[in-house]
Design a protein around this ligand. Structure first.
Ligand code: GAR
Length: 201
């Protein structure tokens, strides 16, 4: 699929990443910045699972990290308040959920307004929520993919910024299908961040 980068003449976008696991989307964003395709800086990575591989990826890339473990907070609001505090200390302008497996509350959404993006491994509104790849496979769909959307309170329901389609092949397993979806995620997410920033979607 061809690359499609919009023209952008503003200041570098200040991206704070929220990630729960592996961090391959984080790496794709780092690479797009290094390649001078995405005019951005990463203010830091917040991760919620001790031992999440994204923390090693961030350290290797010279990006600040902060573990904020949801298990240490009495409720989702207190957890989100800690995240907002850290993101603000870093001067974050855009919140980029990259494999973030926690549901956001108004405490996180209100300070950033429309400047919160998420990537989800299905063609929303199909298969929102957990195990989207597995459920698409079980449903027997022939095309699935990934979606970048703005984040609202209802899970995986915000305005869609960009999507990429991925065919489901007869021999696919969850692992093979997810791997092909991730190829598209890594291409799409950095571009979609810029599309969202220029405000044309
Ligand atoms: C990605 O496939 C992303 O779409 C999915 O988690 C994976 C994270 O991969 N996100 C969700 O399911 C959110 N509901 P990564 O850690 O390698 O970037």
């Amino acid at each position: 699929m061809p690359e499609d980068w919009p023209e952008y003449r503003g200041e570098a976008l200040r991206l704070g990443i929220l990630a729960s696991g592996k961090g391959s989307n984080f790496t794709a964003i780092v690479q797009a910045i290094s390649a001078q395709k995405l005019p951005a800086v990463i203010t830091g990575v917040v991760y919620n699972n001790p031992g999440a591989a994204v923390s090693q990826r961030a350290q290797a890339a010279g990006v600040k990290t902060q573990l904020i473990n949801h298990r240490d907070y009495p409720d989702r609001e207190a957890f989100d308040a800690a995240i907002v505090h850290t993101l603000r200390q870093w001067g974050t302008e855009w919140v980029i959920m990259a494999g973030w497996m926690r549901q956001a509350t108004a405490v996180l959404l209100e300070p950033f307004g429309t400047r919160i993006l998420n990537i989800h491994p299905s063609l929303l509104p199909a298969f929102p929520g957990l195990q989207a790849v597995e459920r698409a496979l079980q449903a027997g769909v022939k095309i699935t993919g990934c979606t970048v959307h703005r984040v609202v309170l209802a899970v995986d329901s915000g305005p869609i910024v960009a999507q990429a389609a991925v065919p489901v092949l007869p021999a696919d397993t969850v692992a093979t299908l997810h791997a092909r979806i991730q190829v598209q995620e890594h291409r799409l997410y950095p571009q979609a961040i810029l599309w969202a920033a220029v405000g044309n979607c």
